[in-house]
Design a protein around this ligand. Structure first.
Ligand code: COA
Ligand code: AMP
Length: 658
């Protein structure tokens, strides 16, 4: 492979503390929109290709676009081997820090490359080849990173599922992705309990009726189930150690830039999750650009992204971004509070010399709640920290100004989604940074041609809230389709406004073009930065024999941003003691969706507000619950239902125990 590591001229880093003049940044952004081919081919020089790209964009199947057709590369090679070949094999690539065990483990680039190559060999022994899918259901252990990069090394496609999802959710992802191998562990460690993974995986595989599938299990002490406990006749259950024992390290396999690197399932309006497809070439180019120009992370930096590899933030900024950039990434198994205390982040910064940190606002609110005077901070030296990035949910100004004062570093909000893979809007710190406006993730990143549209698709005036949309094509790194269905991709994102991708968020831009994101326009609920589908929770509630129909909406929550609240109508003639029924419904959602839904409140109501065509007026319910003004839709079937519901919604269904 030939290496083209030339720096982009536009990305020459200014001196620390300088800021990029806003007009200069606007010109850069404008150039990326006016001539995307030139912009992204130049950015592509920072990636190592087997066949370098000659063409940037393939529009022949618009509105389905593909980046860098004809080019080939291997993403795992770019994340690991490239740095080893450049003489940086002894630099630290990965630091595993478990507050749960506790344990620490360091991997140099050479060591990580060797582990990845060996595990890739083990996967190959199980028949995994280019294009095959491998499902990864692992807690925050190094094997999660190793498995992802091993799959990528073979040119196969990984799909990582967050450990807090229940077997039924895992099953729907297995059914859709059709993996040849599932990589898992004995279990995950939560502060109050051990979560056994193997029974969940076995149940999910049975539910999905996945027969020709091997399961590789990373053994962890203290868990009950073992691979040998499971019937080997329908599928092979292997211990990780046995799987690698007779494996031969695998070399990176060249793939087309347009080939899928991973599928990451995310929640939409309907119950069934959407498999966001990320390509290899566009992803490597975009993430490399973002590391340098947004996150200001390169060789010598230590990045701590306190998220989970099961979410997009973890994919992009625990695993791929920092490693593509040749930096050190910290994989933290623990919580911001309680493992053991609210000083966990500060300990990590001091112990590992973290220079750049990224987390969700909820985590910061949890720290503030547990340690309002930041007493723990005094016991640590956090002087290595330069910047704190926040995403995953709205960054409220109270939290951002508090943490900014406490840490004395810039707090950089960035707004994006599983679908886009990297920030749609962010303050480009690597370019020196724009002025920070609290409450705004600032200006669009290159390639994101952002518009705020009214319901009819016309741009709204400055300062007016509307649907945030992105003019097609989306830049490299954003989703190329949904797994298995271009039609579903177009239906979900491209049909609302012709020529645009609709984000599902509403917001407004100010006179400087700074975006202010207000919240979702659809039935997606964001709990602690975790994206959940109201529809999926409703499907779970509807399985209860007493429930005739139900609605789930997101209510404001001081800690987690939002919480899901259910409203159920009972079948005719059924009477139930409300608190007992609520307990059953809460348990049902936990069993069918998983603890991650953090679902705790289900209220019995006489009726739900609906249109004459039977659509539940969730938006009106949300507006009533949050005390916003609302207009009763003229299509409502029975307006008196709202009157009856109003006091219940306004009471905000307090969170039990808070
Ligand atoms: N496997 C199994 N269960 C999990 C899990 C996992 N990987 N992650 C969370 N859960 C469980 C928790 O144990 C908890 O279960 P419980 O109801 O039995 O207590 C439930 O899911 C809810 O978890 P969580 O949302 O983490 O709530 P919490 O009260 O335990 O912790 C915070 C609160 C704020 C500390 C936590 O939500 C947090 O760290 N948030 C940051 C969010 C984040 O990083 N988001 C990623 C997007 S950037
Ligand atoms: P996910 O796909 O899980 O990353 O969730 C994406 C959604 O989270 C977005 O569509 C927003 O609703 C919300 N979100 C993420 N980051 C931000 C942010 N910085 N500000 C406001 N909302 C955000």
């Amino acid at each position: 492979m030939d290496s083209g590591n030339s720096r982009q001229t536009i990305a020459a880093p200014p001196s620390p503390g300088a800021s990029v003049p806003i007009d200069e940044y606007r010109a850069l952004h404008q150039r990326s929109i006016a001539d995307p081919a030139a912009f992204w081919l130049e950015a592509a020089e920072a990636v190592t290709w087997s066949t370098p790209p000659r063409q940037a964009l393939d529009s022949s199947r618009a509105p389905l676009y593909r980046w860098f057709p004809g080019a080939s590369l291997n993403t795992s090679f770019n994340a690991l081997d490239r740095h080893v070949l450049a003489g940086r094999g002894n630099s630290t690539a990965l630091i595993y820090d478990s507050a749960m065990l506790p344990a620490r483990q360091h991997f140099t680039y050479s060591q990580l490359r060797d582990e990845v190559a060996l595990f890739a060999g083990a996967l190959r022994n199980q028949g995994v080849a280019r294009g095959d899918r491998v499902l990864i259901y692992l807690p925050m252990v190094p094997e999660a990173v190793i498995a992802m990069l091993a799959v990528a090394r073979l040119g196969a496609v990984h799909s990582v599922v967050f450990g807090g999802f229940a077997p039924a959710e895992l099953a729907s992802r297995i059914r859709d992705a059709g993996p040849k191998v599932v990589v898992t562990a004995s279990g995950g460690l939560e502060p109050s309990r051990r979560v056994e993974y193997l029974p969940a995986v076995a149940e999910a595989l049975d539910l999905a009726d996945a027969r020709d599938c091997s399961v590789i299990v990373k053994h962890r002490d203290g868990f009950t189930a073992r691979p040998a406990d499971y019937d080997q006749s329908s599928r092979r259950w292997l211990d990780w150690r046995d799987a690698v024992a007779d494996a031969v390290p695998a070399d990176p396999v060249d793939v087309e830039a347009t080939d899928p690197l991973y599928i990451l399932y995310t929640s939409g309006t309907t119950g069934s999750p959407k498999g966001v497809v990320r390509d290899n070439g566009g992803h490597a180019v975009a993430l490399t650009w973002s590391m340098r120009n947004i996150f200001d992370v390169g060789e010598g930096d230590v990045m701590l992204t306190a998220s989970d590899v099961g979410w997009v933030v973890g994919h992009s900024y625990i695993v791929y971004g920092p490693l593509l950039a040749g930096a050190t990434t910290v994989l933290y198994e623990g919580k911001p509070v309680g493992t053991p205390d609210a000083g966990a982040f500060w300990r990590l910064i001091e112990e590992h010399g973290v220079t750049v940190m990224f987390t969700a606002p909820t985590a910061l609110r949890a720290v503030r709640r547990a340690d309002p005077d930041t007493a723990f901070l005094g016991t640590y030296d956090i002087s290595s920290l330069r910047i704190l990035f926040c995403a995953g949910e709205r960054l409220d100004t109270g939290t951002s100004s508090w943490i900014g004062d406490v840490l004395g570093v810039p707090v950089i909000d960035n707004w994006w989604q599983t679908e886009t893979g990297w920030p749609i809007c962010a303050n480009p710190r690597g370019l020196g940074g724009l002025p920070i406006k609290p409450g705004s993730p600032s200006l669009p990143s290159p390639g994101f041609d952002l518009a705020v549209l009214d319901g009819g698709g016309a741009p709204v005036p400055v300062g007016t809230e509307g649907n945030i949309a992105l003019r097609l094509p989306l830049p490299p790194g954003a989703l190329t389709t949904l797994w298995g269905s271009d039609e579903r991709y177009e239906e979900a994102y491209l049909r609302a406004f012709e020529g645009f991708y609709v984000s599902g968020d509403s917001g407004y831009a100010d006179e400087d073009g700074y975006l202010f994101v207000m919240g979702r326009t659809d039935d997606v609920i964001n709990v602690a930065g975790h994206r959940l589908s109201a529809g999926a929770i409703e499907q779970a509630l509807a399985q209860h024999p007493a429930v005739a129909e139900c609605a789930v909406i997101g209510l404001e929550d001081a800690l987690k941003g939002q919480r899901a609240s259910g409203y159920v109508v009972l079948k005719a003639g059924v009477t139930r003691e409300p608190s007992e029924l609520e307990r059953e419904l809460v348990a049902l959602v936990r069993r069918l969706i998983g603890p991650v839904a953090d679902f705790r409140s289900a209220i019995v109501v006489d009726a739900l507000p609906k249109t004459r065509s039977g659509k539940i007026l969730r938006k009106t319910m949300r507006q009533m619950a949050s005390g916003e003004s609302y207009i009763v839709p003229s299509t409502i079937e029975d307006a008196s239902v709202l009157d009856t519901l109003a006091p219940l919604l306004r009471a905000g269904s307090p969170r039990p125990g808070v």
